[in-house]
Design a protein around this ligand. Structure first.
Ligand SMILES: [Fe+2]
Length: 142
């Protein structure tokens, strides 16, 4: 069964910040893999993927926050609050997964994909526009 059948396909528009675009692609891939694992019901595989996604999300948000701090991005605080809110949601799911052995349902995984899409289209897009201006012409790097 392919990821496209779950309505989760790579759809994020590249923002022109290579680290961020690469991370987003990886997050989308993990969400698609989680959808498949949720339907398959293999708890061990699902748990590994979910833990990978939490770790990747933490690292990705930290990279963005470093870029914003170095680039004096005015939206740093609000943007970081969005990161914290989704990490809190992921932690609640991780708790249920560990204690109740409860896999995320497909609609819950889709909602994470919707969050990522909305966040990338708003907060990340604004951040990228600021960073491209701030770092030009030397280029952006963490
Ligand atoms: Fe972000």
């Amino acid at each position: 069964m392919g990821a496209l059948e779950f309505g989760i396909e790579p759809s994020l528009v590249p923002l022109g910040v290579s680290e961020v675009d690469r991370d987003h692609h990886e997050l989308e891939t993990l969400l698609a893999q989680l959808s498949i694992a949720s339907v398959d019901g293999n708890r061990e595989h699902f748990t590994k993927l979910f833990n990978d996604m939490i770790e990747h999300s933490r690292d990705h948000f930290a990279r963005e926050e470093i870029l914003m701090r170095k680039g004096r991005c005015p939206s740093l605080e609000l943007h970081s609050q969005e990161h914290k809110a989704i990490l809190d949601r992921l932690a609640r799911y991780a708790h249920a997964l560990m204690l109740k052995r409860q896999l995320l349902r497909l609609d819950e995984i889709r909602a994470l994909g919707t969050w990522l899409q909305r966040h990338a289209d708003t907060a990340d897009k604004n951040m990228a526009a600021h960073l491209r201006r701030h770092y030009a012409p030397s280029g952006i790097s963490v």
